[in-house]
Design a protein around this ligand. Structure first.
Ligand code: NAD
Length: 248
C-alpha cells in the first residue's frame, strides 16, 4: 500500500470510465482517502460512494476560484490534511484552427489551464505550511505533437500551457517541499474519446502507436500513483509520457 495516510483530491473524477475515476480507485486501493471533485456533483458523489467508506464526492467547477477554495476547505474539514492534488478535469472540442471562436477558446482554456491554476492555488498555502505536497497535472500528447482528432488546436495550446505551468510551479515550489509533475497521456479509451470512432479511425490511430493498442485509464492511473507516492520523492517538474510510444 503506497498511499497510507494520504488525502488526495482528484478533479474531474465523476466520469464513470474516465482517467480521474481510475486514478481515484487506485489511490483508494492503495490506502488514500480520496475526494472526487467534479462540476457534476451527483456523478462525483456516486463515484466516491463506489470507492467505499471514507471518501468524498463534491461539486466543484474548477473554472471558478471560489468553488475551488470552498471544495478544498470542505475536503480538509472532512478528510483531514490534503497531501495530493490531481488536476485531471478537462474538456475537448473537435475543431480545426479556423473554426475556433473566442468562446471556444475561453471554454477549453478555462477548464484545462485556468482550472489547473486555481486548484493549485487553493492547496499551495496548505502544502507550504506543511512543507509537503504533490501536485499532478494531466496534460496530453496533443501538447507535444499537436493534432489529434478530438482536441482541437486550442486544446493542444491549453495542454502545452499546463506543461509550462507545471515546470514553473515545480521550480518555484521545490524549496517549499512541494513536488509538481505532469502526465501526458496518449489516446486513452474514455468518454472523451469513446463512442465517436469508426473502425477505420481506430485502425488509423492504432497504426500510429508503436505498442499497437490504445491506452486504458488504468495505465494513466498507475503513473499518477507513482507521482503521488514517496517512490517519486526526487521527481519534480517532470513530464511523464503514457502513450504506448506514440511520441518518441
Ligand atoms: P472525461 O470526459 O471522461 O472526464 C472529464 C471530467 O471532467 C468529467 O467528469 C467532467 O464532468 C469533468 N469536468 C469538465 N469540466 C469541469 C469543470 N469545469 N469543473 C470540474 N470538472 C469538470 O475525460 P477523460 O478522458 O477521463 O480525461 C481526463 C483528463 O485527461 C482530461 O484533462 C483530458 O484532457 C486528459 N486526457 C485524456 C486523454 C484521452 O485520450 N482520454 C488523452 C490525453 C489527456
Amino acid at each position: 500500500m503506497l498511499l497510507i495516510g494520504k488525502v488526495a483530491i482528484v478533479t474531474g473524477g465523476g466520469s464513470k470510465r474516465g482517467l480521474g475515476q481510475a486514478t481515484a480507485r487506485l489511490f483508494a486501493e492503495q490506502g488514500a482517502a480520496v475526494a472526487i471533485l467534479d462540476r457534476d456533483g451527483e456523478a462525483a458523489e456516486a463515484q466516491a460512494k463506489a470507492l467505499g467508506d471514507g471518501h468524498l464526492g463534491i461539486t466543484c467547477d474548477v473554472t471558478d476560484k471560489q468553488s475551488c477554495m470552498a471544495a478544498v476547505a470542505a475536503v480538509e474539514q472532512r478528510l483531514g490534511p490534503i497531501t495530493t492534488l490531481v488536476n485531471n478535469a478537462g474538456i475537448t472540442q473537435p475543431l480545426k484552427v479556423m473554426e475556433v471562436s473566442g468562446d471556444h477558446y475561453d471554454q477549453v482554456l478555462d477548464v484545462n489551464l485556468r482550472g489547473t491554476l486555481y486548484m493549485s492555488q487553493a492547496v499551495i498555502p496548505l502544502f507550504t505550511q506543511r512543507r509537503s505536497g504533490a501536485i499532478i497535472n494531466i496534460s496530453s500528447v496533443s501538447a507535444q505533437r499537436g493534432g489529434g482528432i478530438f482536441g482541437g488546436p486550442h486544446y493542444s495550446a491549453a495542454k502545452a500551457g499546463i506543461l509550462g505551468l507545471t515546470k514553473a510551479m515545480a521550480r518555484e515550489l521545490a524549496p517549499a517541499g512541494i513536488r509538481v509533475n505532469a502526465v501526458c497521456p496518449g489516446f486513452i479509451d474514455t468518454d472523451i474519446t469513446g463512442g465517436k470512432l469508426t473502425p477505420e479511425m481506430l485502425e488509423q490511430i492504432v497504426a500510429g502507436i508503436p505498442m499497437g493498442r490504445t491506452g486504458r485509464a488504468e495505465d494513466v492511473a498507475g503513473c499518477c500513483l507513482f507521482l503521488a507516492s514517496d517512490l517519486s520523492a526526487y521527481c519534480t517538474g517532470s513530464e511523464v509520457d503514457v502513450n504506448g510510444g506514440s511520441h518518441i
